[in-house]
Write a protein that binds this ligand. Structure first.
Ligand SMILES: CC(C)(COP(=O)(O)OP(=O)(O)OC[C@H]1O[C@@H](n2cnc3c(N)ncnc32)[C@H](O)[C@@H]1OP(=O)(O)O)[C@@H](O)C(=O)NCCC(=O)NCCS
Length: 180
């Protein structure tokens, strides 16, 4: 029976060039001077199961088909108070629409909980929150980033945690007009 498993990239270093290619093509090529090789070097230097960023990969019958990461700070200049982020969620084109991204999101949430992280943040170009809304993330603020509208979202992970302080600092950092 087909089986989806999620591993640390640190435990599947063979997948590093593939993951680097995805990240470069989807996001990294916007950065001047970046390359797939530079992305792979950075990923290799950061490989970890304990220290953030922690990158995971989804493998379907052993074949790596997706990735996601638990990271420190995205959009740091805008939101210095929002510490922990889910990022780099990517599923290969042929494997989409089968719940793999959802499984990656839930896995990263668990990694965060295991490390005592109370609130997780993310940014998405899906202004309705897409799969993240389905996974319980709530909108904090909409901003413009690199010329595109993006939604910043948060989810409280632990009992007693709430997103109120994230909401407050996000709205102070990026007023509702959303202009960059
Ligand atoms: C977004 C992505 C990771 C979804 O992977 P997937 O394995 O097909 O996702 P799942 O099967 O778990 O969930 C599918 C849901 O994701 C939603 N979705 C698609 N793109 C999305 C996005 N950018 N942000 C949030 N949700 C998205 C779909 O609408 C779908 O919802 P539906 O079931 O109500 O139609 C995949 O399309 C991808 O890698 N896209 C390119 C990279 C990217 O945009 N990553 C997200 C960055 S925030």
């Amino acid at each position: 029976m087909a089986q989806l498993e999620i591993h640390f990239l640190a435990d599947r270093p063979d997948a590093l060039p593939l993951v680097a290619g995805w990240l470069y093509t989807e996001w990294g090529r916007r950065d001047p001077g970046n390359s797939p090789e530079a992305t792979a070097e950075r990923l290799a230097a950061e490989l970890s199961r304990d220290r953030l960023p922690i990158v995971v990969v989804a493998a379907y019958n052993g074949v790596v088909v997706g990735t996601a990461a638990l990271k420190l700070h995205e959009l740091r200049d805008r939101f210095p108070e929002l510490r922990y982020w889910l990022g780099g969620v990517y599923v290969s084109a042929g494997a989409r629409g089968q719940g793999i991204a959802g499984a990656l999101v839930r896995h990263v949430e668990k990694l965060a909980v295991d490390r005592g992280i109370a609130v997780l943040h993310l940014q998405t170009e899906r202004l309705d929150g897409g799969l993240y809304a389905q996974e319980g993330f709530e909108p904090l603020v909409q901003i413009e980033h690199r010329g595109l509208p993006v939604l910043v979202m948060a989810k409280a992970l632990t009992p007693g945690a709430d997103i109120a302080s994230s909401m407050q600092s996000a709205q102070e950092s990026a007023p509702a007009s959303g202009a960059e």
